[in-house]
Design a protein around this ligand. Structure first.
Ligand code: UDP
Length: 372
């Protein structure tokens, strides 16, 4: 029988699912068919009650990012996290333990901050000896909830994240810096931009901007599109609205109103292809999207971010000079013009090459093999 790798995640945003899928595909890329791999949305499968709260993530970050920020900082406290763990235990521990006993994986991987404490407990309760690896998908600053010193390995994206993990009590020797896991399809894609656009019936030579706001389609994308349109820039736009149905429908109904060609997608599995067609990305500071954009060589304009959770990513973009940051649609228009200047563009591209780690998922897969 094949050894099993069990991935635990929760569908809050798009980043955690993407990270798990990226590692699964990297494992397959290296050792095709050798292991059985399974992803489990922990709250959806083990606790209907806690899943209600997980499902609130989308609406909360869309309608009140400030509220999310307050909750993020409020919970960044050992005592409160302990209390939360105690409170949530009765709603999930039994089912999670049962799941682990049934699946009998050779190794468990978590890509979500809110399940690590519970999983350590559930593994103990199962009576099985299963190595537990946590892949931390907050690349720069991270929330204390990620850290449970009893895990076997904590994989982080950057040296800054390593420092933060140590500060929160993770033993140094358990930490490994590998980068943010992104799907191999992002680094296996090697097509000329013009050819990719032509194939997709876009104008091959026209400067192409990709606009997205994470899995939930957050950020004030509509205002931004209007500002770009007012300026009559010589560009074409690809918009990924993600799960933001309202934005998708609204844009599709007004597609002729804008002063440039506009393509609108809802939640799509073609992000890598759409990035391959683009020259620049405008996005919220989601860690998955930033890592993917870097792998695809796209300068990044950050126009929104979650307080607390994504602030470190914003600082990273500025510090490494791999793009620009502004919440003001008018200023974003100016930045787009600036970044079309060859000198600016070349400088940013040089920095992108320096910081990008497109093969991180492959490195993580190799780490996991040590436990199999
Ligand atoms: N994504 C996707 N399809 C979409 C929108 C987003 O596959 O239509 C993916 C995107 O490629 C990235 C993830 O969802 O891998 C978003 O992760 P990120 O960390 O940027 O933000 P989050 O959604 O977790 O806030």
């Amino acid at each position: 029988m094949k050894k099993k790798i069990l991935y635990l995640f929760s569908d809050t945003g798009g980043g955690h699912r993407s990270a798990a899928t990226a590692i699964i595909n990297a494992v397959e890329h290296l050792k095709k068919g050798k292991y059985s791999q399974k992803m489990v949305d922990v709250f959806a499968e083990c606790s209907g009650f806690l899943n209600v709260f997980a499902k609130l993530y989308g609406p909360v970050i869309k309608y009140s990012p400030q509220m999310w920020g307050r909750l993020y900082y409020w919970l960044d406290d050992e005592k409160k996290l302990e209390a939360l763990e105690k409170m949530s235990g009765p709603f999930i521990l039994e089912e999670l333990t049962k799941l682990i006993k049934e699946e009998k994986p050779a190794v468990i991987i978590s890509v979500h901050p809110m399940i690590n404490h519970l999983t350590v407990k559930a593994i103990k309760q199962s009576g099985l000896k299963i190595p537990f690896v946590v892949v931390i998908t907050d690349p720069v600053t991270l929330h204390r909830a990620w850290i449970k010193p009893e895990v076997d390995r904590a994989i982080v994206a950057t040296p800054e994240a390593r420092t933060a993990a140590i500060k929160y009590g993770m033993p140094e020797e358990k930490i490994k810096v590998c980068g943010m896991p992104i799907d191999p399809k992002f680094f296996l894609k090697d097509e000329e931009k013009e050819a990719a656009r032509k194939k997709d019936r876009l104008k091959p030579k026209l400067f192409t901007i990709l606009l997205m706001g994470g899995g939930e389609g957050g950020g004030k994308m509509y205002d931004l599109i209007e500002a770009l349109s007012r300026e009559k820039l010589k560009v074409q736009l690809i918009v990924i609205a993600g799960r933001n149905k309202k934005l998708e429908t609204n844009l599709k109904s007004k597609i002729k109103k804008f002063n440039f060609p506009l393509r609108v997608y809802g939640f799509t599995d073609q992000v890598h292809e759409l990035m391959a067609e683009s020259d620049l990305i405008i996005t919220k500071a989601g860690p998955g999207t930033i890592a993917e954009a870097l792998a695809m060589g796209l300068p990044i304009i950050i126009t929104s971010w979650l307080p607390g959770q994504e602030e470190g990513n914003v600082e990273f973009v500025v510090r490494e000079n791999i793009g620009r940051v502004s919440k003001d649609p008018q200023r974003v228009v100016e930045i787009v013009k600036e970044l079309q200047q060859p000198l600016e563009f070349a400088e940013i591209m040089k920095n992108i090459k320096r910081v990008s780690r497109p093969q991180a998922a492959v490195e993580i897969a190799r780490e996991i093999f040590n436990y199999l």
